[in-house]
Design a protein around this ligand. Structure first.
Ligand code: GLY
Length: 317
């Protein structure tokens, strides 16, 4: 098979603002560093799936994002994380829903790939972590705890904790922003994969299921792959990832598929963003939110979406 130039795109959330200029500089540095590490692995010949897992692990390790370490707390003050992984070549989805006390939720989703039961939640997720021999890990940061305590003091007036990544500590009580993470890769064999990991919306009621471990939030086949970020219920209502992938698979150009999907989303008042790759090597993104925190590697240059205009926009590189 002809070796293709690998492509990588990652996201760290979508929402209303990434705030101060210093935050933008730090976020850019972090995103570019991660996208380059993932690209190096892909350029060395690793599979799209392994590259996606690496990218998700790196972002789960960073407290800037709402995934793994630094995840937001739910209404009862606990962290429960979810992750989805889809191997486009095998067209196989696996996922973990509302898992606690693990460092890398994406590892549990990856472990499930070959099994007949591939999406586990709550008790099953805890049992799986034990089966995998994962050491208990506390993902709660002081900042997240302070934010939750401020919400508690305010009688939980907010309906959710926010969705955009933050690069610097925000003072307790101020509006905080953080984001779900996602990674999409086209490998040197021309195979695609997508992975998404999240701490959820924050302050949600017990048992709420995020879009990230569903095909609405994370979907791939041999033609296209998509990872979403933003309000999970909006993403599920649009069936966003699968919608874009199916449109491209049925012959629509990636640019048109995104324009159409995001025009519909705007009409429906949705708040989210998505990153995408096609087998042809098109790197793409779209958002209805003001900000989409994403970075990509084209094989030649690294770019990002940090300073786009607010409102609905789509782009293909
Ligand atoms: N998109 C993450 C969530 O709503 O759970």
């Amino acid at each position: 098979m002809t070796q293709a130039l690998p492509k990588v795109i990652i996201h760290g959330g979508a929402g209303s603002s990434h705030g101060h200029k210093d935050r933008l500089v730090a976020l850019r540095e972090d995103l570019h560093s991660i996208v380059m590490q993932v690209y190096s692995k892909a350029a060395a010949g690793a599979s799209a799936r392994d590259c996606v897992v690496l990218g998700c692990q790196l972002m789960e390790d960073s407290p800037q994002y709402n995934a793994g370490y630094g995840s937001v707390l739910q209404s009862d003050g606990q962290v429960r994380m979810s992750a989805g992984l889809m191997d486009g070549e095998a067209q196989r989805f696996s996922g973990i829903i509302n898992v606690s006390r693990v460092r890398h939720p994406i590892d549990l989703a990856a472990y499930l790939q070959p099994f007949p039961d591939r999406v586990l939640s709550d008790l099953g997720a805890a049992e799986l972590a034990r089966e995998m021999g994962l050491p208990p890990f506390d993902p709660i940061t002081d900042l997240r705890l302070k934010e939750w305590m401020a919400e508690r003091a305010n009688n939980f007036q907010s309906t959710m904790a926010g969705v955009v990544a933050e690069a610097v500590e925000v003072p307790a009580g101020s509006e905080s922003r953080r984001g779900t993470i996602g990674v999409v890769v086209l490998d040197t064999n021309g195979h695609l994969a997508a992975g998404t990991s999240t701490g959820g919306k924050g302050l949600e009621r017990l048992g709420r299921v995020s879009d990230s471990a569903t095909v609405a939030g994370n979907y791939a086949n041999s033609v296209a792959a998509v990872s979403c970020t933003g309000i999970g219920e909006d993403i599920i209502d649009e069936c966003l990832a699968a919608r874009i992938v199916v449109r491209v698979t049925d012959g629509m150009a990636m640019a048109t598929a995104l324009e159409k999907s995001f025009a519909e989303a705007t009409e429906h008042g949705r708040d989210f963003g998505a990153i995408a790759l096609s087998q042809r090597g098109e790197i793409a993104w779209g958002k209805t939110s003001e900000v989409l925190i994403a970075a990509y590697h084209t094989g030649e240059v690294v770019g990002d979406t940090l300073e786009l205009n607010s409102g609905t926009l789509t782009g293909v590189v």
